[in-house]
Design a protein around this ligand. Structure first.
Ligand SMILES: C[S@@+](CC[C@H](N)C(=O)[O-])C[C@H]1O[C@@H](n2cnc3c(N)ncnc32)[C@H](O)[C@@H]1O
Length: 349
């Protein structure tokens, strides 16, 4: 065999369709996790061991599907199995048991109940450049805030997401020289709660539409936090932002909107800050060449499903807007959390 075609054969042999099978069956894994969370498997199994028979009774399902579900959860690393008895893996015990402080089940439920069926229309979204979770005559957040069930699902899901990112941000950014954080579109207050917990002198203001703030009120339960964290209802397109804060956070806000609207939001932030003030943008940032990472690229497609003009932008795009708005000394900081892989920090001189 000539040299060149021997090399081609060797290269072809290394490639198998196994990764394609993993990609196309990804929804089997995600639906398994979502069904187990809906059945409350991990909360019911917390701190104990049980066999198929006991679990089928606990879950109220036939032993045949119970055995299949338990095997799949074990194979996916959500459960452990010893002597025919199942227990939660440490991942499930920490993040999928209701009542735990960093319960992640809200994100699982949000993605499954709100996004799974609209994602089934991804092709339609690609062909029409239209969102699939709401109708043309209103907007994503108008639909959410006018329906208490949608608001609860969305904001509880975001809380599960952002408690993690908030903890990562508070560790990565030193708030100790600031007096007050203004969290624009701060929703349940997940970021503010994590920041004031870590920085005992910091105060915070959550700015959001009124229905989101009702849920924030329920989350601010730690002693003294209701004095240190205030709410400011408002619409960042119609209202001026409140003054008096020296650091402003935009977490998962700019990926909801078009570049033009983002410039408008950033300009309002710039005007609300005193000189010496700081803005922080927290997102799943796209690499500058927009070839990844996977988490940001898929979140970006999710913004096609959810929004009118949003997408996950690159570090370079956010940096350009911050500069255009007047912010200086822009810094990139990588963080690791499910909802954000980085923050951009800009200063008003
Ligand atoms: C994707 S969520 C992000 C929530 C939070 N920052 C986080 O990272 O978890 C977007 C938030 O922006 C709020 N929002 C959307 N449009 C708004 C507007 N015009 N004025 C104020 N808040 C708005 C929503 O209510 C929602 O809480």
């Amino acid at each position: 065999m000539p040299k060149k075609s021997r090399r081609t054969t060797r290269r072809l042999k290394k490639v198998t369709p196994v990764p394609l099978m993993q990609l196309i069956s990804g929804f089997w894994a995600s639906k398994t996790l979502a069904a187990a969370v809906e059945l409350d498997l991990f909360t019911k199994l917390s701190g104990r061991q049980a066999d198929v028979h006991q679990l089928s009774q606990l879950l109220g399902i036939h032993p045949r599907p119970a055995e299949m579900l338990l095997s799949a959860c074990t194979a996916l690393g959500l459960l452990g199995k010893r002597n025919k008895r199942f227990s939660n893996s440490s991942l499930a015990e920490e993040y999928l048991v209701k009542g735990n402080p960093y319960y992640f089940g809200g994100v699982v439920t949000l993605l499954d109940r709100r996004l799974y069926l609209p994602w089934n229309r991804l092709l339609e979204a690609l062909r029409t450049n239209r969102a699939q979770t709401w109708e043309d005559h209103s907007g994503m957040f108008e639909q959410i805030s006018s329906n208490p069930d949608k608001q609860r699902l969305f904001t509880e899901g975001m809380h599960s997401f952002s408690a993690q990112s908030g903890k990562a941000l508070a560790a990565a950014f030193d708030f100790s020289t600031y007096t007050q954080l203004l969290d624009i579109g701060g929703a349940s207050g997940a970021y503010c709660i994590e920041a004031v917990r870590r920085y005992p002198k910091l105060r915070a203001v959550i700015f959001d539409l009124p229905p989101a703030l009702e849920i924030a009120r329920e989350k601010i339960t730690e002693p003294g936090f209701s004095i240190r964290i205030k709410m400011h209802p408002g619409d960042f397109f119609k209202d001026e932002l409140p003054k008096g804060s020296d650091v402003i956070l935009l977490s998962m806000i700019l990926h909801d909107w078009s570049p033009e609207k983002n410039l408008m939001i950033l300009l309002k932030c710039f005007n609300a800050l005193p000189s010496g003030g700081t803005v922080i943008v927290s997102e799943l940032m796209m690499d500058d060449n927009k070839a990844g990472p996977v988490s940001a690229a898929l979140m970006s497609l999710n913004m096609l499903i959810e929004t009118e003009g949003g997408r996950n932008y690159s570090w370079a795009e956010y940096t350009a807007w911050l500069k255009k708005t007047g912010f200086k000394n822009i810094k990139r900081v990588n963080i690791e959390s499910p909802g954000a892989n980085g923050i951009l920090i800009g200063y008003k001189s």
